[in-house]
Design a protein around this ligand. Structure first.
Ligand code: TYM
Length: 332
């Protein structure tokens, strides 16, 4: 039997899951999970590069597992686990830190962005974050990493690190590719359409969370920033707000941009924004309801992440052992 190709991806539990991470990442994970052997991680070790409240981090991590499953990731077909439960991630990250250059890390846009937003806590973990992400991916010998546009630079750095390591030690790591969706790779803020929709913008009406109530979703879309024209037309350069809403509507309904332009020809923005809001309510309703149900069953969630960690540990240990041997570490 032919070996299935491998997918690895992860999301930080540093905030609630957003419509951006659903459209940019999770939705595609679900579509790929039949064809590939998939590892989906909750990257709690990445989350602590920014200060977290312990009780909230714990709660969000559990709820993220429930939401992964509610989005359609079947734990029998996908390995769902928590990063800190598989110590090989930290061990491999150290090794890869020694094969990642200061200059490379300094060029990472996410680092520059987060360092400016957390000027009082620019810690070493925030700086070497991409080496841990490379460890996540390379431990599983992933072929493909489905992410949104903002993670492309980190996946490219992972490839460079893997190639550097391989050029010294031979074919140790698979060189992974990224999988970035054609529509929805960068969902923008509803209030500031020049900026990415981000989970840290809580309470500003700019971000939709998967667990938001229908009335809050509708309110946020009604208030979404558009432009001074009145025509629903796709142009991400000059009509950022409307184009973002069209992208969301297209993903939620399966309609093409042309269909959407025809549907709203001669109609006002008010009607369009309401339709987008309603489509998102319907997209998220089954996910929220399922996740709420799953959250009542903590034993089941515990079983899922324990099984996941066990399975992930086996694969990760294999790669780590190989790497240690190549490096010249004495076998345990
Ligand atoms: P994170 O937690 O910021 O985001 C999770 C995933 O959601 C995508 N995403 C978006 N896509 C479209 N529009 C948006 N507004 C939007 N916001 C977020 C992200 O691109 C990402 O795919 N470093 C990673 C987590 C990580 C990881 C990994 C990913 C750690 N190790 C290994 C892949 C493989 C991060 O901070 O994603």
């Amino acid at each position: 039997m032919e070996q299935k190709k491998i997918i690895f991806s992860g999301i930080q539990p540093s905030g609630e899951l957003t419509l951006g991470s659903y459209i940019g990442a999770i939705k595609n994970w679900v579509n790929l999970s039949e064809e590939y052997e998939c590892y989906y991680c909750i990257v709690d070790m990445h989350a602590i590069t920014v200060r977290q409240k312990p009780a909230e981090l714990r709660k969000r991590t559990l709820s993220q597992i429930a939401q992964y499953i509610a989005c359609g990731l079947d734990p029998d077909k996908n390995t769902i686990f928590i990063q800190s439960h598989v110590p090989a991630h930290a061990e491999m990250a150290w090794v890869l830190n020694c094969y990642t250059m200061f200059g490379e890390l300094s060029r990472m846009t996410q680092f520059k962005d987060k360092a400016s937003k957390n000027a009082e806590n620019v810690n070493a973990g925030l700086f070497t974050y991409p080496a841990l992400m490379a460890a996540d991916i390379l431990l599983y010998q992933a072929d493909l990493v489905p992410v949104g546009d903002d993670q492309k630079q980190h996946v490219e750095l992972t490839r460079d690190i893997a190639q550097r390591f391989n050029s010294v030690y031979g074919d140790v790591f698979k060189i992974p590719g990224h999988y970035i969706p054609k529509v929805g790779a960068r969902i923008m803020s509803l209030t500031e359409p020049e900026a990415k929709m981000s989970k840290s913008d809580k309470g500003s009406g700019s971000c939709i969370y998967l667990m938001d109530k229908p009335e809050d979703i509708i309110r946020a879309f009604k208030r979404a920033v558009t432009d001074s024209e009145t025509v629903v037309r796709y142009n991400p350069e000059t009509k950022k707000g409307i184009s973002n809403l069209m992208t969301i509507y297209s993903v939620a309904t399966g309609k093409s941009f042309q269909d959407i332009e025809n549907e709203f020809a001669g109609k006002g923005y008010g009607e369009f924004k309401l339709a987008v809001g309603e489509s998102v309510v319907e997209l998220l309703r089954p996910i929220r309801e399922r996740a709420e149900d799953l959250m009542k069953n903590k034993d089941y969630l515990t079983q899922v992440y324990r099984d996941g960690a066990e399975k992930a540990s086996r694969t990760a240990a294999r790669t780590l052992r190989k790497v240690h041997k190549k490096l010249g570490f004495v076998e345990r």
